[in-house]
Design a protein around this ligand. Sequence first.
Ligand SMILES: [Zn+2]
Ligand SMILES: [Zn+2]
Length: 365
Amino acid sequence: MSKIKDIVQHLESIAPLAYQESYDNAGLIIGDASKNVSNVLISLDVTEEVVEEAISKNCELIVAHHPIIFKGLKKLTGSNYVERTVIKAIKNDIAIYASHTNLDNIRTGVNAKISEKLGLINTEILSPKNGFLGKLSVFVPQENSVELKKALHQAGAGQIGEYKDCAFETAGKGSFLPSDKANPSIGKSGELETVDEHKIEVIFPIHLKNKILSAMKKAHPYEEVAYYLHQLENTYDDLGSGMIGEISEPMEPKDFFDYMKDKMGLEVIKHTKAINRKIKKVAICGGAGSFLISQAKNKQADIYISSDIKYHEFFDAEERLIIADIGHYESERFTNEIFYAILKENFANIALHLGQTVTNPIKYY
Ligand SMILES: [Zn+2]
Ligand SMILES: [Zn+2]
């Protein structure tokens, strides 16, 4: 029997909480992680109706994209939909988990799904993040260096873009004087020892720091491992907001609008004036994406597809690209497919239910 914490752990191995934005509240929001799960409901949002759907389908857990609790809750009197949803979930013993901006920010997340729907190729993150890479330098006796490198790589260190198992290694002399209380694997207490050592340097995403350090300590022969950790300024190309890619056959703007409607099931596209060229480069951001308009322009996108664009922000298109607002719900509705795929591969014993409740609060007339 799987537990809620197993599901949480698996989701976070793919979309770690460390990757969420500072304002966010992703993670296990309601519920006891040690409880068993046999049925999971997957939904973009959590509303009272969604909790009712979970009850009717005997789900112990709802996995959602948008966190039902976003700001602090000071009262639980049922005076608004958030409080009522939380109360209903707790009363019925239903846990709620949200994977939000951490799922937006990963290379295989919300924007990858939109790219897939639109058939985009050569995709990359539109605005990659800095400060999420670390470097480890560790000193090891020459004969143990291969084994140590292997352990570090297995823990996830040394991946640079499409290159795996990257490392840099230099030879040198290490020296140390063990104290009376030390238990050295090489040398004796009270005697200065010099050893042929290698320095191994590897890069790693910072959320793996603890895993990599424990793998290092396990694979290292020394009682006290000498190492340095650095946080790097480098851009982490696999992490960040939005995505940009190309369509294989450039299309006239009007044809591309029809294509978008068809591929994404859209009723309406709010857009700026069509540009005087075919659409080839497509920038996207699921959810509220006005913060990436300038980035889409800088990267010479022909169209920027997102949602929650304000009136004055549409002016920023300046005929350099088309800004297309397709609606927040519409841009992220396929996120449920991501959760489904992630959970299906690891939890064959759990019944997954794709939520049937249409949570979009916006109607078109
Ligand atoms: Zn999102
Ligand atoms: Zn959203």
